[in-house]
Design a protein around this ligand. Structure first.
Ligand SMILES: [Zn+2]
Length: 256
């Protein structure tokens, strides 16, 4: 079991990074659509989207501020989206829990990096049906570099993982289009699976796909069944979740 102080510090780090990831989720799609005033990731400073009130430092503390303000802007009282709290809370819990359970520090750091890539991808795909290249591609390169500089996987496995990950979903896409005449997956999905192949190796791809498909079916049954556009369920969140689970199972040495 890791030191409680280390777990707490990890949780705080998770909340801070989660807060930044939340900004990425809010701004990156707008920035990609070149919306007016979308700015970049650092500018303009955090503000209320309803009244443009610029947040003071104490309104911008991860978790604490949302709870203190009870989820409302302190000037115009418009609701701050719950997802702002969720992304901070999820990251804090994930960092604290993984710091508590996982003994191997390099694996822990790699896992946190993977989280910082996958969480915004999953959330942007949920909201916008989009997996931006500017997130999937660095994630792929990071996976290859990780396996170049550590002994988690042989580099060849990671390289073939990236290629096979892309090809596997590309083939599914082409097959699906041939049979149904519709597009079932997006190119972002291929790139995300390529990135997961680079992180987890080609051997892990069947498990990732199986887990993601099971999650997808379950998610569809629970959430998306009643939506009219049910043929465009985002697959990215399920791929991201599956990749994270498989990476943990592959490499983590647990406390217990
Ligand atoms: Zn406001």
């Amino acid at each position: 079991m890791m030191d409680p102080a280390f777990c707490t510090a990890s949780g705080v780090l998770g909340a801070i990074l989660g807060s930044f990831l939340g900004v990425v989720v809010e701004r990156l799609p707008r920035w990609m659509r070149e919306e007016e005033g979308a700015g970049n990731l650092l500018y303009p400073p955090s503000h209320c989207p309803a009244c443009q009130h610029r947040l003071r430092w104490w309104e911008n503390i991860p978790l604490v501020s949302w709870l203190m303000l009870r989820g409302r802007c302190c000037r115009c009282r418009s609701a701050i989206p719950l997802r702002v709290l969720m992304v901070e809370l999820l990251s804090a819990l994930f960092f604290a829990l993984s710091a508590w359970l996982i003994l191997d520090l390099p694996v822990l750091l790699a896992l946190w990096l993977l989280w910082c890539g996958l969480l915004p991808l999953a959330m942007i795909d949920l909201r916008e049906r989009l997996l931006p290249d500017c997130l999937t591609q660095p994630l792929l390169w990071a996976g290859l570099l990780l396996n170049l500089h550590t002994h988690l996987l042989p580099l060849a496995d990671a390289l073939y993982g990236a290629v096979a990950g892309y090809l596997a979903l590309w083939l599914v896409y082409q097959g699906h289009r041939l049979v149904t005449g519709r597009e079932g997956l997006g190119y972002g999905d291929f790139k995300l699976l390529a990135a997961l192949g680079a992180w987890c190796g080609w051997q892990a791809l069947p498990s990732i796909l199986l887990l993601a498909a099971l999650g997808g079916i379950l998610g569809w049954a629970i959430c998306f069944r009643h939506q009219e556009n049910d043929n465009v369920i985002p697959f990215g969140p399920f791929l991201a979740f599956a990749g994270l689970i498989i990476f943990i199972l592959q490499h983590a040495i647990f406390t217990f």
